[in-house]
Unconditional design. Structure first.
Length: 221
């Protein structure tokens, strides 16, 4: 049963970046296939999730609630913890919804087009006007300062547009803010494994200590 908790929590974390990270993609079928290959979902679970491709994250979170009630009926968890657990599940759904809504928080296309048009017009006028404005009457055929000024002027404005386009793709874009999703997935998976294995590790340590004490007592006798 603990392994099912482990599988569902890691699957939810992975699907939290669905439609956001290019490496995960936008195909629900491919994402479910990836989870099935690594053993986080069974074949039967993938078939069930195929009927709710628009709400994959919500369905997995609902499975957590169902799993809690199953353990509650078996008496493996305390009824007093149900309120805390359900509140945490609701908070988890809220966090997943916030990640999903990141696609709707992008700059509108009208603003993008206006910024590009205005910037390009300004740069065109600058490239025409700067060389004539800074022209010097010399015998040299190469005008150094007008060339440098026009280049820097162009780089500053076009560079800011380029930065805007990259950041608009989201923090999970590799060339932007570069939030390392792989590191987040691996560290979370490792943490969950340690949390679920800690009771067994403590029990094993207590067993070894008990056997050692019995062995010492036998030697003393």
């Amino acid at each position: 049963m603990l392994f099912k908790w482990y599988r569902y929590l890691n699957a939810i974390h992975y699907m939290g970046y669905f439609n956001l990270v290019p490496s995960i993609g936008t195909s629900a079928t491919d994402a479910l296939q990836d989870l099935r290959v690594v053993g986080l979902l069974t074949e039967q679970e993938c078939e069930q999730l195929q009927f709710s491709t628009a709400k994959l994250r919500d369905t997995l979170v609902c499975w957590l609630g169902q799993l809690w009630h199953e353990e509650l009926e078996r008496g493996w968890v305390q009824d007093l913890d149900s309120d805390v657990f359900m509140r945490k599940v609701c908070e988890l759904r809220g966090v997943l919804a916030q990640l999903s809504d990141m696609q709707d928080l992008r700059i509108s296309q009208m603003v993008r087009v206006m910024m590009v048009v205005v910037t390009n017009v300004l740069l065109g006028l600058a490239l025409i006007g700067y060389p004539t404005k800074m022209y010097e009457q010399t015998t040299e055929c190469f005008q150094f300062w007008p060339l440098v000024a026009s280049y820097l002027y162009f780089i500053c404005y076009r560079g800011m547009l380029h930065v805007m386009f990259i950041l608009d793709k989201g923090p999970f874009y590799a060339k932007g803010d570069c939030v390392n999703v792989d590191a987040l997935l691996i560290s979370t998976e490792r943490y969950l494994f340690l949390v679920f294995r800690s009771p067994f590790t403590q029990q094993k340590g207590q067993t070894i200590s008990l056997e050692l004490n019995q062995h010492i007592s036998a030697d003393d006798v």
